[in-house]
Design a protein around this ligand. Structure first.
Ligand code: GRF
Length: 333
């Protein structure tokens, strides 16, 4: 069902987790209703108008605690912690300019949906970090797009402020040097345990772009960069800085040809071996699973019988270079 699919993409969760979340909502709601009745029955002798006046107020206060309590048992505590803090932020106005990402799958017609769904406004620049471990051609395109007039028409400015890399001699590091952008060379154990969240927060990074980065993003980083999460200690123009999410680009049309081990020419080999007539690119939100987050944008190209993994890679790169930076601009603009 479309509604369920939309929610799964918005929350960036798979099928089984979605139903555990629904179960938590149901049990948490019912627990808060029972608790509320129990407590009010201690005070009120009958269910008069005052009872019904106080009831919704009590229910609203008890509901988040009940849901969090139940989420321990359904294994969804992390999800609800993030969910309730985002709801709290919206209701009480902390970081209220951010809403959760919405999912769309086709390019031109959806651009207004994208900017409506993620309308951020800030006079200070939005600092982004690009995670890359390869040649960095996408990183270069993004850097140069935002060096130029990419967001002329909006009040927001975007700045690539950090390049994160796990390969000491990767081409992307030379690009960072050429452009005068600070770099962070990361190691696998520390990445898996800390996600380098502190370093990213210290650099005021609000948005993360994976452009040819092969390591799985650890849960600690995914959670810290859920849209709307606070960037510790950072104040921009007197307003608290909040995360705007993590996105990735994949060189195929997800959900096909994605997942662990599906990267680089392996993807194009698989597409050609399967006799596909079409391939393309997918820009998507990042969650704890490889290539499974909600899809933001897709663009396609033809696969012809004379195509080799190399010729297909060239077509895919051309699509990436044309669409990646403008899609980021739409998300942040
Ligand atoms: C791109 O094809 C991207 O889809 C994939 O890794 C590649 C990176 O290429 N995730 P480059 O280093 O940006 O040239």
């Amino acid at each position: 069902m479309k509604f369920i699919q939309n929610l799964q993409e918005k929350w960036k969760v798979g099928g089984s987790q979605f139903w555990l979340i629904m179960l938590t909502f149901a049990l948490g709601g019912s627990l808060s209703g029972r608790l509320c009745s129990f407590l009010l029955n201690l005070v009120f002798l009958e269910k008069n108008w005052a009872f019904w006046l106080v009831y919704p107020l009590f229910l609203t206060i008890l509901w988040p605690f009940s849901v969090l309590f139940v989420s321990f048992f359904t294994g969804q505590f992390r999800f609800f912690k993030g969910y309730l803090s985002r709801v709290g932020a919206k209701v009480f106005g902390i970081g209220a300019s951010v809403v959760a990402p919405s999912t769309v799958s086709a390019a031109p017609a959806t651009s207004s949906v994208l900017s409506d769904a993620l309308s951020f406004s800030s006079a200070a620049p939005i600092h982004i970090a690009i995670f890359a471990s390869g040649t960095g051609s996408n990183a270069r395109k993004i850097i140069e797009y935002f060096e130029g007039a990419g967001l002329k028409s909006t009040s927001s400015q975007v700045k690539v402020s950090l390049i994160v890399c796990n390969v000491p001699d990767a081409g992307v590091l030379a690009i960072a040097k050429e452009k005068g952008i600070p770099t962070l060379l990361i190691n696998k154990n520390e990445f898996a345990t800390t996600g380098y969240v502190e370093s990213l927060h210290n650099a005021d990074i609000q948005f993360i772009v994976l452009a040819g980065f092969l390591w799985k993003v650890p849960e600690v980083l995914v959670q810290a960069y859920q849209p709307g999460m606070k960037i510790d200690g950072a104040l921009v123009n007197g307003k608290e800085n909040v995360s705007k999410g993590i996105i990735n680009i994949h060189p195929a049309l997800l959900p096909k040809y994605g997942g662990k081990g599906m990267y680089g020419s392996r993807v194009h080999e698989a597409v050609i071996a399967a006799g596909e007539k079409e391939s393309g690119i997918t820009i998507h939100w990042v969650n704890e699973h490889y290539d499974e987050g909600g899809i933001i944008f897709q663009a396609t190209c033809e696969v012809v019988s004379s195509d080799t993994p190399d010729t297909l890679a060239d077509k895919i790169h051309a699509l990436e270079h044309a669409h990646f930076a403008p899609t980021i601009a739409k998300l942040l603009g």
